[in-house]
Design a protein around this ligand. Structure first.
Ligand code: COA
Length: 108
């Protein structure tokens, strides 16, 4: 796993991480403290991480799974030119509810 933290004035307020790293592909995930939402921070962080993944890790495929209701996360993928590849219906069970998972990916 490769984890980048987002530091604002010495405080960790979020992160962007590569997980499930295989030879040529990896999953990208992220979170940010709520008080900093909707300022473009994760869009920029994903942009930098994507560049790092393709250039330094030499990945060919980076994918981002998002829950169907997570419109902000989907918008982040869209703004970074990740493409929707498919929907895994009821792929996740959370709090006794079944959630569709949307898979976005970017390839090089
Ligand atoms: C998802 C998350 C990382 C986004 O971070 P962020 O820094 O606020 O994202 P950005 O500001 O770069 O972009 C958010 C975009 O979503 C849009 N957005 C926010 N809430 C929205 C909603 N309910 N419906 C539609 N769009 C929405 C914003 O307007 C913005 O788009 P715009 O630039 O076109 O206006 C943050 O909300 C978070 O940490 N959520 C909890 C953890 C999480 O969901 N992680 C992702 C798991 S896949």
């Amino acid at each position: 796993m490769i984890n980048f933290v987002i530091d604002i004035n010495g405080e960790v307020v979020g992160s962007v991480s590569f997980s499930k790293i295989k030879e040529y592909k990896a999953e990208l995930g992220y979170w940010l403290a709520e008080k900093y939402w909707n300022k473009g921070i994760i869009t920029e962080a994903v942009k930098l991480a994507t560049k790092f993944g393709f250039k330094k890790l030499k990945l060919k495929r980076i994918y981002i799974p998002t829950f169907s209701f997570n419109k902000a996360s989907m918008r982040v993928t869209e703004k970074n030119d990740y493409k929707l590849e498919g929907v895994l219906r009821k792929n996740v069970k959370k709090d006794n509810k079944f959630i569709d998972e949307y898979i976005f990916a970017k390839i090089k």
